[in-house]
Design a protein around this ligand. Structure first.
Ligand SMILES: [Zn+2]
Length: 138
């Protein structure tokens, strides 16, 4: 299996979980406060509807939470390794700053992991979508 067929490709590149081509998020500016959370409704390539049912993405919050915990632990360890005698409030501030700065990453990451739990790569998805559209237009 090639890299493009891998689930991680979809997650890391923010691509459709079915065809791994279409963009899930509307804007490439990951850290733009007003844009990072805007999603496409459907995949532009295979027509897959990302929010398969209302409230589907609530579950993504659990994944985002897990990512938040992992980031906090990583920040704690890094702070400790760089300067162990740091007072505890420096740990807290470091963790808060990292979590705030990385919020768009945990948000997008949570949704991308979540969406990939329910869908797998389908190399025929785009072709099938094109055939369906041709049928509709004829
Ligand atoms: Zn797609």
């Amino acid at each position: 299996m090639g890299w493009k067929e891998n689930r991680l490709y979809s997650i890391l590149k923010g691509r459709c979980p079915v065809c791994h081509e279409g963009k899930v998020f509307t804007y490439n500016q990951v850290f733009h406060p007003g844009k990072f959370d805007k999603m496409e409704e459907r995949c532009s390539e295979c027509g897959h509807k990302y929010e398969i049912e209302t409230g589907f993405f609530y579950g993504a919050m659990y994944v985002a939470y897990a990512l938040t915990v992992a980031l906090s632990v990583a920040t704690f360890i890094l702070t400790y390794l760089i300067y162990p005698p740091t007072p505890y409030w420096v740990y807290i501030i470091n963790i808060l700053v990292v979590l705030i700065v990385m919020a768009p990453i945990t948000f997008r990451g949570g949704r991308m992991v979540w969406i990939n739990l329910f869908h797998s790569y389908d190399p025929k998805a785009i072709e099938r979508h094109q055939q369906e559209q041709e049928k509709q237009s004829s």
